[in-house]
Design a protein around this ligand. Structure first.
Ligand SMILES: Nc1ncnc2c1ncn2[C@@H]1O[C@H](COP(=O)(O)OP(=O)(O)OP(=O)(O)O)[C@@H](O)[C@H]1O
Length: 235
């Protein structure tokens, strides 16, 4: 079988002093796929994304991204691998408020030579790559030099998406990025995200408890379907 973009095998995790939260026998995400993963609050979605990103370490089992077992890498190498190959859109966006919009989008390229080189190869420079993405995501050029914290929530969300996409990571992970938006804005944002992921050849793993978004994706799953440690109320 060809290696998946992302593969989980016998993954187990618990927070200190708590019962097992995740027990996932197997899961695959293929390249160029968009997956909607739903689950109620507290079911472990963010924890799972932390394991996939290598922020948390699994108690047992494997997380393989592009065929590499993240748990087998030393911490520094794991961080580099994460920034090279994954882009994150966080629930609260996590923009650096004192930096400009453009500087926020450039950030992954400071930490990843691979992404910086890809951005330059495609757009001539990191700056042009950021401007291109922001324009495609619907932000006007005059906002580029504004401080990130002076933007509206919807605008900050687009900056967070551009930051995740710059330099074409193979996997874009989005953790409830639309919870602050109304239904129409959510769907419009997701459509933009699909378009940009497709243009960059990235797979999208999108986590939310808003079921109405599920049909927009290639594939949708409930975390409880994967997780043998799910509590009965989550199934
Ligand atoms: N840093 C942490 N330390 C200890 N326990 C944690 C930590 N982060 C999460 N947990 C616990 O793990 C469980 C799952 O939390 P998690 O944030 O992964 O759920 P979630 O499905 O993403 O929830 P939400 O939809 O509300 O964001 C919760 O019981 C939470 O209290």
């Amino acid at each position: 079988m060809t290696p998946a973009l992302l593969e989980l095998q016998d993954l187990g995790f618990s927070w200190p002093g708590q019962p097992e939260l995740l027990d996932i026998p197997s899961f695959r995400l293929e390249a160029d796929q968009s997956l909607f993963l739903k689950g109620p609050s507290g079911s472990g979605k963010t924890t799972l994304l932390g394991l996939i990103g290598g922020v948390q370490k699994a108690k047992r089992g494997q997380v393989r991204l592009l065929g590499t077992d993240l748990g087998a890498l030393p911490a520094g190498a794991r961080d580099r691998f994460r920034v090279d190959h994954t882009g994150y859109i966080f629930q609260q966006f996590n923009l650096l408020p004192f930096l400009s919009v453009a500087e926020n989008v450039h950030l992954p390229c400071h930490f990843s030579a691979l992404r910086s080189n890809r951005a330059k190869a495609r757009h001539g420079s990191v700056e042009q790559a950021a401007a291109h993405l922001l324009m495609h995501l619907g932000l006007s050029a005059e906002l580029l030099e504004r401080r990130a914290d002076s933007l509206s929530i919807g605008q900050q969300q687009r900056v967070a998406a551009a930051r995740a996409l710059i330099g074409q990571p193979e996997l874009v992970i989005a953790d409830e990025p639309t919870s602050a938006l109304d239904t129409d804005s959510r769907k419009a944002f997701i459509q933009l995200l699909f378009d940009e992921c497709r243009a960059a050849g990235a797979s999208l793993l999108f986590v939310s408890h808003d079921q109405s978004l599920a049909p927009l994706f290639d594939r949708h799953l409930s975390l409880a379907e994967l997780n043998r440690a799910a509590r009965p109320a989550e199934i």
